[in-house]
Design a protein around this ligand. Sequence first.
Ligand code: UDP
Ligand code: MG
Length: 308
Amino acid sequence: MKKLSIIVPAYNEEETVGLFYDAFSKVESQMDVEPEIIFVDDGSKDKTLIELKKLQKEHEEVHYISFSKNFGKEAALYAGFQKATGDFIAVMDADLQDPPELLPKMLNVVEAGEYDAVATRRRDREGESKIRSFFARIFYKWITKFSSLELVDGARDFRVMTRQMIDSILLMNECERFSKGLFNWVGFSTYYISYENRERAAGTTSWSFWGLLKYAIEGFISFSTAPLSFVTATGVLTCIVAVLGTIAVVVRAIVFPHTSAFGWPSLVVIILFLSGTQLLSLGIIGRYLAEVYLEVKHRPIYIIKDER
Ligand code: UDP
Ligand code: MG
């Protein structure tokens, strides 16, 4: 019998991990696989680990990894992939926003062999604030345009993949992990299922607007060097303008020799504009440098405190 590993990252999810297990066990019989659930406690500050230990004692298919602190969902997924032994690997959130009822259908598609992965996307962005939807749309549009990735708007991390695909993802051991990008970057064929967005079963989301913005910028930098080309283009453009400006000033000085004291305000504007452009460019280059700095340190992606 084939084995299915389900990776469930959990950060402060004491109320939901039990609900998740119950919901999963209801669909378990519809699948012709041996399941293995790997909960990854991402340094929760509540009683998540205690709940996980309870589940692990009661059910032999439940395993857990507990981090020494909060390393982030991306690190949790990586740890889960490393521990997973299944022929198929699923990723699901603990909060039941990823409906387990879809699992049997998704598994059928990958088992049939035509696709290497089945992923999900939300049908609409209902229930989300306007400003968040706006930025999310821009992000998906730009990352598709300015990188080799093809991300679909509203894609969730809920997906089922083959062992072969997970092995390829494990080859990428970068610390700055943008999973949506990594899943797409490795290639393989993916089938998308859409479903209505669901509310969290309990607890609250751990994503603030600024947290999401930072995540989006890091994801963009991980997969696109377009901002660097933008800096170069801006530099070239300013040089051209500078040459034209110089010519204009020289010509004016020759044709109207006594007007050279004018132009104070325009000078201020030019200086402000140029220093702004330079600072922006430095900032963009700095972001890439920071990424290099973080990667060359080769720090571990996560540290495990307890595991079973
Ligand atoms: N999560 C995690 N580490 C974190 C933040 C979140 O493991 O630092 C987990 C969380 O427990 C949940 C999943 O990632 O299972 C998605 O998080 P959340 O529901 O807060 O995000 P949203 O669904 O609002 O995007
Ligand atoms: Mg959620």
